[in-house]
Structure formats: C-alpha cells, structure tokens
Ligand binder design. Structure first.
Ligand SMILES: [Zn+2]
Length: 202
C-alpha cells in the first residue's frame, strides 16, 4: 500500500473534476494550492490534491500533469516485471512520452509471449503472431492485431516519434491482452478458492 500524505497549508480552491493520473479515480477536488503568474498576477494556476490517494496534480492552463492513465488497473498479474512495465508504459503516456510508451508495450508483448512459450530473439510481429496463433487474442481482437502489426512494422523500419493515438492504441491492446492472460484466469482461481472455503457458495 502506498503512503498517504498530509499537505501543509492546502486550502479551499475552486472545485475541479478530473481523473487522477496517480490512482485512476474520477473525482472533484477543491483542496490544493493556487499559484499566480509572476508577470501577470490575475492568471492563476492550481495544484489539486486527490482525496483518494492524496497525490497532487498540476493544472497548467488546462493541461493536466500527470494526465489520466488509459483504462483501469489490472488484477492478478503474477509476473512482477510485467506489472512494473505496464505501469511504466502508462506513466510514459500520462506525461506525453508516447514513443517511450510504445517501446515499453512492445517489450511487454515480448515478455508476455516468451512467458507463454514463444522463443526469445524474435521480431515484434512474430510475438503478436504467436499470441494470435495460440489463442491469447479473442476473435474480436483480430482487428486490433492488424493495427498493432502495422505499428510494429513502422517502429521496426523507421526512426520516428510515436503519436498519442499510436500509444493509446497499443496501450489499449496491451490492457486487453493482460486481462485475458492474467486477470481472467486469476479471477477464476480466486472464485474457486472461495468455493473451497465456503461450500454453501455456489
Ligand atoms: Zn488519486
């Protein structure tokens, strides 16, 4: 469990609704700090404190730092490296480091594929193919796979920066994959354990 913080002299400021980039909660906060621009004192900026995780978010004329993560937390990831890398990919996205987010996700797809039996040292597209051929991707996910293949090819053959849309696409795909590979089997296992503990539960 992460630490929670008390913020000295945090006061009431105009209420603002946002999705916290630290914990993912949608909230309206009215606690934080107001700053004025040194050259123009009537222009104000704010730092809001999230009442769920107690972490601060800076609003720089509408730009939220850190921004909201895509998607929702994933349960039952049994591999700490996979969990760490997925968090890192999301962190990259929230600060606008889109190319880094794509690179993290590509590495993540490799880690997942190899953990599930793919050979190491293959290309990105081979890992996506492996996951597809071995039924880790559901039938309605094939449309995604084609987009990811294209993105992977571009990343392999061009030295370019990735866009927000690119990173959103690959993060969404990665999230879906993590749910199928880790969360769903984990939830099944957890529900079976409950049955063992309490035979009255259906
Ligand atoms: Zn929060």
């Amino acid at each position: 469990m992460k630490d929670k913080f008390n913020w000295a002299n945090a006061g009431n400021i105009p209420s603002k609704g946002y999705k916290c980039g630290h914990c993912g909660h949608q909230l309206a906060s009215q606690v934080g700090y107001t700053g004025t621009v040194q050259t123009s004192s009537h222009n104000k900026v704010h730092i809001y404190i999230c009442h769920f995780c107690t972490r601060p978010t800076f609003f720089d004329y509408g730009k939220q730092i850190p921004g909201a993560k895509i998607g929702n937390p994933i349960l039952h990831i049994s591999n700490p490296d996979v969990e760490k890398l997925f968090l890192e990919a999301n962190d990259c996205y929230t600060i606008g480091a889109y190319t880094s987010a794509v690179i993290c996700c590509r590495k993540l797809l490799m880690n997942i594929s190899v953990e599930q039996g793919a050979k190491e040292g293959k290309g990105f597209v081979d890992y996506v193919n492996y996951l597809n051929d071995n039924n880790f991707i559901p039938p309605n996910g094939k449309e995604w796979v084609d987009s990811i293949r294209k993105l992977g090819n571009e990343a392999n053959h061009k030295i370019d920066f990735k866009t927000e849309e690119d990173s959103k696409l690959i993060l969404t795909f990665t999230e879906m994959l993590l749910r199928f590979v880790y969360e769903m089997p984990g939830l099944m296992k957890a529900s079976m354990n409950i049955e063992v503990v309490d035979p009255k539960t259906e």
